[in-house]
Design a protein around this ligand. Sequence first.
Ligand code: ADP
Length: 281
Amino acid sequence: SRPIRVSIHLHPYGEGRKLLLSRDVTALEQAEAMRRDFVANVSHEIRTPLTVLAGFVETLRTLPLNESERGRYLALMAQQSERMQTLVNDLLTLSRLEGRPPPGAAEWTPVHSLLERCLQEARTLSALVTRGETAGHELRFDPAPSPRSMGEIAGAPNELHSALSNLLNNAVRYTPAGGVIEVQWRVLPDGRAEFSVKDSGPGIAPEHIPRLTERFYRIDRSRSRETGGTGLGLAIVKHVAQRHGAELRIDSTPGLGSTFSIIFPASRIKGPGGEAPAPAP
Ligand code: ADP
């Protein structure tokens, strides 16, 4: 039921005759509108920390501050430049993902080492965001796997790392201190494999779920900013999943928590001791 925009063009066609050409330009206009939104969003996201930075520079230049005040301002300035760096890095990651062909299946990575690395980083982030709280997060594998039992996955290791750690880091960032985060890796009976992160955080209302993978879509802007979010994480996850022929699923109950999973196709999974099937995207 969406409106359709049509462009009409009268083309000379033989003596005194005209050919009526019509073209559906809805998709073109939508793409153009999305591009404009994107540029506006990027500009806004960069302008905010820049404005804050410029303000601090001005303060340092004009106010007579003591050593500890100067230190405080410099720390705040470092925070803002870090924020811009993260944003630019995420933008570059996204544009690389969009511009390149999907990764072949030639490179196999042990799942256990991939997950251990993500988990380690999530623990570091957790320690940082729950600093000063009485409890940290309980971060665990469920069930505890043995390295050999997890098999291998085919794809671009850095992309896979970025997708899995984005989901884990989100769980850490949105789950209040004292919450539980469970990571699971399961090879399904049909040979596909599911990576999932379940948290005991605030959960997500159903109306937001379909939009979460849009660039810069956030439910709570200030919460996202506070914890260093760029609003691009889930867009990156979705791209990586698509490029590996995988599916991203989001399941959530407001008040109880969320589960984010990526289901990889059997062609990219090599079970422990199993034969690798012919790699395919
Ligand atoms: P951000 O950098 O803002 O976290 P993302 O693309 O990673 O951007 O996520 C988009 C939005 O989805 C977040 O701003 C947040 O509102 C919501 N979100 C993501 N993960 C979770 C989670 N585990 N629990 C609750 N909300 C989440």
